[in-house]
Design a protein around this ligand. Structure first.
Ligand code: UGA
Length: 428
């Protein structure tokens, strides 16, 4: 029996993307959130998060009557055939995943769900959570399926509509297959397994990416030491399909709302069962060192103390295409600069709010005015398009430290600037 009536609990970037995309397949979707203001704005077609294509999908769903919004989960589940839990699972103080939002929704919905309904865990949750939710619901006639998502912020709609794979896991295999069928228009390979495997797949995948990035950042440091070029090295590595070209760009460290939290949670999960995962711990430790290394290299290249220096920071978001500052390596670097006594003036095309210890300005040219050095930490395309000779005129010093290897060194050198990158030699 196919599912057509869906409720999504939590209208963040995962929930809203899931809801709007499933509605675009013709299903009837109700998205619920506790934030009444957010629901009122969504009913008016206003999307708060920066996510390409999402406002258009929400508008189309509203116009077609396939997408609706409700305040609170209870009002949204009366006739649901599937209820997707897309609530936040942030990092708790002890490094584990905080499941209080999942727990309160499960407790609230237990008595309200229609018989035969399937509850779907889409939030990233520790191994064992599907079983735990099933107990919290206290219902024999409701199945729980783990269906982790692999969306990247900033390209969530694209990723939802072009998945590499669909993962579903449950003790109730027919329920898992019914959820997989929802994605059949996408023609992606389906991995149907038990709940623990599905839950572990999500952590294992994100942590693998984190390890890959720490590895490439270490290789970049070796490149600096040996006179090698990281772009050539990663290209040479990545042609091997067992390695692949993706996720090999060095930077100021990996961050965002997912990778650091998931690495920490998997470490705590492993520790809790007495399993050593030294490799992942080393990746986390190396990542903390990476932002310090960027700041140290900037200081070395500057040739004078950071104390009292004025640094223009290009970028604040954890990656381009989003205004999300959670776990942003850019903020980490800014903090270290401020700790060292530098004055930090920052610009990010998508971040306009005030931040402690940083002067945020609305224009890249204001951020570089009278600075001793520019430090690029988020690879927004617009930074490549800056008028670099004008930047050179505005700056006091001539150093541009490109912690994402994003700029064209030749353009900068022609503008009279001294370009330095990660894992790269200075331009000839
Ligand atoms: C990540 C995963 O990529 C998604 O598959 C997953 O669904 C998502 O977490 C999640 O768990 O919800 P996201 O947090 O949006 O997605 O960010 P990524 O695009 O993966 O970037 C993570 C960090 O790695 C960023 O700081 C980025 O700048 C850095 N990065 C990425 C590099 O430094 N180099 C690269 O080559 C790629």
């Amino acid at each position: 029996m196919s599912i057509h009536r869906i409720t999504v609990v939590g209208a963040g970037y995962v929930g809203l993307t899931t809801g709007a995309c499933l509605a675009s397949f013709g299903h009837r979707v109700v998205c619920a959130d506790v934030d009444a203001g957010k629901i009122a704005r969504l009913r008016a077609g206003k999307v708060d998060i920066l996510e390409a294509g999402l406002p258009e999908l929400v508008a189309a769903g509203l116009a077609a009557g396939t997408l609706a919004f409700e305040v609170g989960a209870a009002a949204a589940v009366q006739d649901a055939e599937a209820v997707f839990l897309c609530v936040p699972t942030p990092m708790a103080a002890d490094g584990t995943a905080d499941l209080s939002a999942v727990a309160s929704v499960a407790a609230e919905l237990g008595a309200l769900l229609p018989a035969g309904c399937v509850v779907v865990n889409k939030s990233t949750v520790p191994v064992g959570t599907a079983e735990w939710v099933r107990r919290l619901l206290g219902r024999d006639d409701v199945a729980v399926v783990s269906n982790p998502e692999f969306l990247r912020e900033g390209s969530a709609v694209h990723d939802f509509l072009h998945p590499d794979r669909i993962v579903v896991g449950s003790a109730d295999e027919p329920a898992a297959r019914r959820i997989a069928e929802l994605y059949s228009p996408l023609r992606a390979p389906v991995v149907c397994t038990n709940a623990a495997s599905a839950e572990l797949i999500k952590y294992a995948a994100n942590c693998f990416l984190a390890v890959k990035l720490s590895y490439v950042n270490a290789v970049a440091e070796l490149c600096e030491t040996f006179g090698a070029e990281i772009d050539a090295v990663t290209a040479g590595m990545g042609h091997d399909p067992r390695i692949g070209q993706a996720f090999l760009r060095p930077g100021p460290g990996w961050g965002g709302p997912c990778l650091p939290k998931d690495a920490s949670a998997l470490l705590r999960l492993a520790e809790g069962r007495g399993v050593r995962f030294d490799l992942l711990q080393a990746a986390v430790d190396d990542n903390a060192r990476q932002s310090r290394r960027v700041v140290r290299r900037l200081a070395d290249e500057l040739g004078k103390p950071l104390d009292g220096a004025r640094i223009g920071l290009l970028g604040l978001a954890f990656k381009p295409g989003t205004n999300d500052l959670r776990g942003s390596p850019a903020l980490q670097v800014a903090e270290l600069l401020a700790d060292a006594g530098a004055e930090v003036v920052a610009h990010d095309p998508a971040v306009h709010r005030e931040l402690p210890r940083i002067t945020v300005v609305g224009d890249a040219y204001l951020a570089v005015k009278e600075v001793d050095a520019v430090l690029l930490v988020t690879e927004w395309p617009q930074f490549r398009e800056l008028d670099w000779p004008a930047v050179a005129d505005l700056m006091d010093g001539g150093l541009v430290f490109d912690a994402r290897n994003h700029l064209d060194p030749a353009v900068l050198e022609r503008s009279g600037l001294r370009w330095r990158g990660i894992g790269r030699q200075a331009a000839a």
